[in-house]
Design a protein around this ligand. Sequence first.
Ligand code: PXP
Length: 249
Amino acid sequence: MDPVGPLRLGVNIDHVATVRNARGVVHPDPIRAANLAEAAGADGITAHLREDRRHISDGDIDRLMTELTLPLNLEMAATDEMLEIALRHKPHAVCLVPERREERTTEGGLEVARDENRLAHFIAPLAEAGCRVSIFVAADRPQIEAARRIGANVVELHTGAYCDFHAADRVDECRAELARLTEMAAFAFDLGLEVHAGHGLAYETVGPVAALPQVVELNIGHFLVGEAIFRGLEDSIAEMRRLMDAARS
Ligand code: PXP
């Protein structure tokens, strides 16, 4: 199958803010990183406003909305506070993610199937406000079906398990997780959903995910910001872009 569309790169700038917040100062500035990301070939910027504001702040979202030329994908938990913020800003896209205060990062996909009614109340007003709504899910059929039922436009498939197995050299489990992602990308696309993917992707793991023909957007952050320490942010992003394009062709 040919790719269903060009593959976009959304650069997640959360961890530029993590470094800034470690000192409680203004440097490094995540909005400067967003501008560099655009120059390096990013198609969009992703930022997760967490309940505890551990990285991205409300002020960052204000500035991203006024200073950024690329589309903003706001990741957020499905809470009333976040809904009010999203409806005030009306970003290009909103990605609903699970959030637990004690977690280090977004550990799994959203439990959509058991929470359909509540989540539907978040999707409707966001869609009415013109936001493209995506839901971050594991590569799991019932979750994808539920996302479709409650009116999401997009599912973002969680690639964290695939990347973790790869890093631990657990080859069979890594292959099995990639097979699941492959199958569920096709399943979601056939249901009429746009398919994105992300979490934990690095140079070594991006190729097989970028090659999935139904996937039209990857959101990548932690690896790119880490790699920027060694080769600079623009170069770290440009290399990711190159690997994505090579896998796609
Ligand atoms: N996609 C979603 C929905 C996420 O929550 C995250 C992490 O914030 C990412 C992608 C990016 O993950 P990473 O920072 O590991 O590349």
